[in-house]
Design a protein around this ligand. Structure first.
Ligand SMILES: Nc1ncnc2c1ncn2[C@@H]1O[C@H](COP(=O)(O)OP(=O)(O)OP(=O)(O)O)[C@@H](O)[C@H]1O
Ligand SMILES: Nc1nc2c(c(=O)[nH]1)N=C(CO)CN2
Length: 199
């Protein structure tokens, strides 16, 4: 006999609650991989990048798995010579946060480093972009996944390729092939600068 039908103290659980709990459980027991791009072209760029890596690691539900080498890169998308050069790096995390919470955290990290939003692609102390979250595809302008311009940016592809040579961008192809296609002009490794993987 089915106990839930015979025991009058057991109330049926609404399907919506079952769905919500199941979805949460899947995330908690099954952390997702996300790739985050960091860029800085104002202030102490290396210190700020390290601060962002540490702040991500200090986030409940986020564990930093890999930190790429650091690259010095020419500003992309703006008039040559109009901005200082960037330091860029890529971080791979495992997270139990849903994509929207990871984006909120990315924005909080930007705010912690006093990023000021002025013109598009303007100089910044820190930029924290979500490049990919598992194989989620979203065209929501608040959070587009994979990042809509990552596949065109050697400053994302080169450090990402260093830490995940086999990586794919859903819908775009292999990072290795995309990097070959865009080339490495304006993107120089800085082996003298190193980011620490938090302990
Ligand atoms: N994958 C994503 N990662 C981060 N922000 C995103 C993403 N998709 C959409 N956005 C939205 O883009 C908005 C602008 O982001 P931001 O100011 O960092 O742009 P940007 O760094 O100047 O340019 P770009 O988007 O080309 O890197 C954010 O408020 C955010 O909601
Ligand atoms: N080299 C470089 N250029 C950029 C960068 C960046 O991180 N590195 N970020 C931008 C907006 O996200 C625009 N241009």
């Amino acid at each position: 006999m089915n106990a839930t039908h015979s025991d009058p103290t057991v109330q049926p659980v609404p399907a919506s609650v079952v769905e919500t709990v199941d979805a949460a459980d899947v995330t908690l027991s099954n952390p997702k991989r996300a790739v985050i791009a960091l860029g800085a072209n104002l202030g102490n760029r290396l210190e700020t990048l390290q601060g962002a890596v540490d702040a991500l690691e200090d986030t409940p539900g986020v564990r930093v798995k890999a930190v790429s080498p650091v690259y010095e890169t020419e500003p992309w998308g703006v008039e040559p010579g109009s901005q200082p050069s960037y330091l860029n790096a890529v971080v791979v995390v495992k997270t139990t946060l849903p994509p929207s919470s990871l984006l909120e955290r990315a924005h909080a990290v930007e705010e912690a480093f006093h990023r000021v939003r002025e013109e598009r692609w303007g100089s910044r102390t820190i930029d924290v972009d979500i490049v990919a979250y598992a194989d989620v595809v979203s065209d929501d302008p608040v959070l587009t996944l994979p990042h809509p311009r990552a596949h065109q940016r050697a400053f994302v592809l080169a450090p990402w390729h260093d830490v995940e040579p086999e990586a794919l961008i859903t819908g775009r192809g292999a990072v290795a092939d995309l990097l070959t296609a865009v080339g490495r002009d304006g993107v120089e490794a800085r082996p003298d600068l190193e980011l620490r993987l938090p302990e």
